[in-house]
Design a protein around this ligand. Structure first.
Ligand SMILES: [Fe+2]
Ligand SMILES: [Fe+2]
Length: 353
């Protein structure tokens, strides 16, 4: 039998030397969870209603004096599990990726900067504003996905109507690796050069031969939607319906080395089978309404809502409409897990919720 008092004194002595015995149990909730065959995550499933996001974003837009207080007018989707962390670690929708919603009003310019975390914009509402990435000007329209690869200069401008888009970042992953680099563009807004990138990859299988790395890039909604509709009559994925990944057009790989973007159509009456994987996903309901069951709990979503499916949670999706389609845009951290040879996936038993 160990003398508890002696052991405590010994542990305290070790701690003074920055040493610790393997027998020491932690005090935090995280430390108390034992290792098991199944991975354990502290990321919580959560759904943000679009009405709430939209109302608060509009309020931020109307608030005088907020200009200049932040680089961008965005609302971050903070996972409830991270609310109590310090500000940099809190800025996370899952432990690896971050989604926020941005509003740019007519006449506004969001200054140029660059960073080593990758980013994308998925346009939700409004049209005619633009983003400039490495001097290429991309006009933003609903449903467009615009990539902003690491270390590419980017700024946004709007001389049309109010516009709202989703920003997706792998910031939490890079922050946990403590490798963040960020710098402002000298002279505030980068000049626009003659643009051609938007046209370069429009034809699917054709790649300009002089392109050796995927740079700034836009996937136009009309192309994405045409592809989804073209596959509508096919089988689709048992777990995701008619689902597409936005691929890197240069090497055919994932959207980014660290994260991937997807779009999926649940046809009228579609209900997918259940599965789980150790990648985490953040969804945005772009069209229609439905239900996603996460570990047995129903999350009902409609157009604009955003929600998180944490890693290793059983999940399935249902379209609430019998006739109309529902479309989900999503981001996940699967490429990073695959690169590290850590990715795992399991199908559920048929009939499991
Ligand atoms: Fe940025
Ligand atoms: Fe899944």
């Amino acid at each position: 039998m160990v003398d508890k008092q002696l052991l405590q004194a010994f542990d305290a002595e070790l701690a003074q030397e920055n040493l610790e015995g393997h027998w020491v149990r932690g005090l935090t909730e995280e430390d108390k969870v034992p290792y098991t065959k199944d991975p354990h995550t502290f990321v919580l499933p959560h759904l943000w209603k679009w009405e709430v996001i939209h109302r608060h974003l509009r309020r931020a837009g109307e608030m005088h004096g907020l200009e200049g207080m932040a680089e961008r007018r965005t609302l971050r989707l903070i996972n409830p599990a991270f609310q109590k962390l310090d500000s940099r670690r809190r800025r996370s929708t899952t432990h690896t990726v971050h989604m926020s919603v941005q509003l740019l009003k007519p006449g506004e310019l969001a200054s140029s900067h660059r960073h080593n975390f990758g980013a994308f914009r998925f346009i939700v509402e409004g049209r005619g504003a633009y983003t400039v990435v490495e001097g290429e000007k991309f006009v933003m329209e609903p449903g467009d996905l615009i990539l902003n690869p690491p270390m590419t200069w980017h700024g946004h401008g709007n001389d049309a109507e109010p516009i709202i888009w989703l920003d997706g970042l792998d910031y939490p992953l890079l922050n946990s690796l403590q490798v963040i680099t960020w710098e402002p563009y000298p002279g505030d807004f980068q000049p626009v050069k003659e643009s051609f990138k938007s046209a370069a990859y429009r034809v699917g299988m054709a790649r300009p031969v002089w392109e050796t790395a995927a740079g700034p890039l836009a996937y136009k909604w009309e192309d994405t939607y045409r592809t989804l509709k073209g596959l509508e009559g096919g089988e689709g994925s048992p777990f995701d319906g008619v689902a597409l990944e936005y691929v890197n057009p240069v090497d055919g790989g994932h959207t980014f080395p660290t994260m991937s973007c997807g779009i999926q159509m649940l046809r009228g009456g579609d209900a997918t089978q259940t599965h789980r994987h150790n990648s985490s996903t953040v969804y945005h309901a772009f069209r229609g309404s439905g239900v996603t069951v996460i570990d047995g709990k129903r999350y009902e979503w409609e157009k604009g809502d955003c929600f998180v499916v944490p890693l290793w949670s059983w999940h399935s999706h249902q379209n609430r409409s019998k006739n109309g389609e529902a479309i989900l845009f999503s981001m996940n951290d699967r490429p990073m897990l695959e690169a590290l040879k850590l990715y795992r996936e399991e199908p559920g038993e048929m009939g499991r919720l």
